[in-house]
Design a protein around this ligand. Sequence first.
Ligand SMILES: [Fe+2]
Length: 612
Amino acid sequence: MNILGISCYYHDSAAAVLVDGVLIAASEEERFTRKKHDYSYPEHAINFCLEKAGLTAADLDYVVFYEKPLLKFERILQTTLSTFPRSWAVFGEAMVAWFDEKLWIKSQLQTKIGVKPEQILFVEHHLSHAASSMFCSPFEEAAVLTIDGVGEWTTATIGSATADWNGGGGSQISLSRELRFPHSVGLLYSAFTAYLGFRVNSGEYKVMGMAPYGEPKYMDEVYKVAKVDGDGGLTLDMSYFSYHYSPKNSFSSKFEELFGPRRAPESDFFSLTTHPKKDHPDWDDRVAVQNQKYADIAASIQRVTEEIVLKMAQAAHKESGGSKNLVMAGGVALNSVANGRVMREGPFENVYIQPAAGDSGGAVGAALYAYHVVLGQPRKFVMDHAYWGADYSLAEMKSAIKASGFECVEFDDDDRLLDEVTDTLLDQKVIGFYRGRYEWGPRALGHRSIIADPRREAMKEIVNTKIKFREPFRPFAPVVMEERAHEYFTTPDLEKQYPPRYMLMVSDIPEDKWDKIEAVCHNGTGRMQTVREEWNSGYYNLIKKFDEATGVPVLLNTSYNLRGEPIVNTPQEALNTFAASDIDQLVMGPFLVKKPEGYVATGSHLDEDQVD
Ligand SMILES: [Fe+2]
């Protein structure tokens, strides 16, 4: 049985295909259209998934959409009408978008894909989230927690689920409690994201990155706008917010009266915490004090979010009758600091989150929900890795390298290639690592990565200014051999857990290791990825060789893209980014691509205004 799952029209559209309950391929649309967070109809992702599975549309049994458009339309109508006339602008915009395409999703899917109306199913947004985690996890039963901005009406759910390996309709998801719009943890966090000068739905990571530089001094103020009960239930005082009636602003003037004036978008960030020696080129004492307050506010909303998630996790534990397993999904499940706390402080032994925990993951979830719950089919699949995207043949790589004009060496022996790359890393140079199928979800996990030596603080600056062009306060992530993770991270039993495989949790780093991995130590913490040889031998062996040379089983791993661009997909894109940046060498399959002596990056003219 062949099922295509689709999520689109909000953020991060995606497609996924299941053959007899086994995931064959999944991808976000942005990797093909090169438009970050592309939310349009995922035509390219659908074509890729079908091709990878060797199917045509005629072979599909079902197409499943990740939410119920009419319920969502009802929420938008009711909300905008109840705040009319303040909402006239959002109402106008929403109506154009909805009447243009969203209301006609069923007929669109019929014509665009070429399936019959009875083959199209719709699954509620939070059920898609829940299924994306539960039916990818190894668990037979679990407590469920989904938290995001908003789906149709729901913004968070708790409940329980069972997953049946024998068939007979034993797979069920019961979301017994929910939080409803406009009360939303995701939208609360997004309002602070906008207030702190970042783009909503993409800048949330930056708030999390800024938080460790501040103290949570403004939690009382956050709790003034967001009342939280013992189970993590949330009631927002809507007089502080405007996302329910404004298309452009998330918070009201009353919010700024409480927290002070907003931070100018994308302005330079420095304070005594980030630059204790006042060595930022634009240093100004007054601005630094103001920036410190912003970092304190970031720390406060981050801490409140963690407290809410922890309380919700407790409530989910109770609701499930004390399950030892938790599955989480929704955009807030990408908050790796909160996830780390749930793993350490929550009542669960095991936590599962799949790599695309946000809305793109709904494509996989909707398809799995249809297969297991609607059709009652037994489970056959656990998502053990994140490599569900496209890969390219040796011939395609070879011809792209030839067209780029760069010199390259082909290695028959991976060991020799990795030896040479290790020497390059030890020389304080930066490597592009491009191998196999690209990752599902927002993180690069060694198939589309930029790799560097993590030992010295200066490497952060090198990667930031020469390649990524991004804000200096954003952390770089460590990747570590799984069996050595306990030496560098204090969270216990990391090798038994899934979130570190997908770089979805933050852990403390023991103090005696801070100066061993300075470039990936973010105020004593790190968002690590653990790697096992059987999952990814080339990547693992590179870390192993680096360890043999230095005694440090850790590398710096960041995504292979320039700032503001989606992660590279094709060999050509990898080579273009290589040419535009100061990446020194590129591992592309068995090829090692090099730059000539004195090479000047073609993109070195890029400045902050031109990129995101
Ligand atoms: Fe969502």
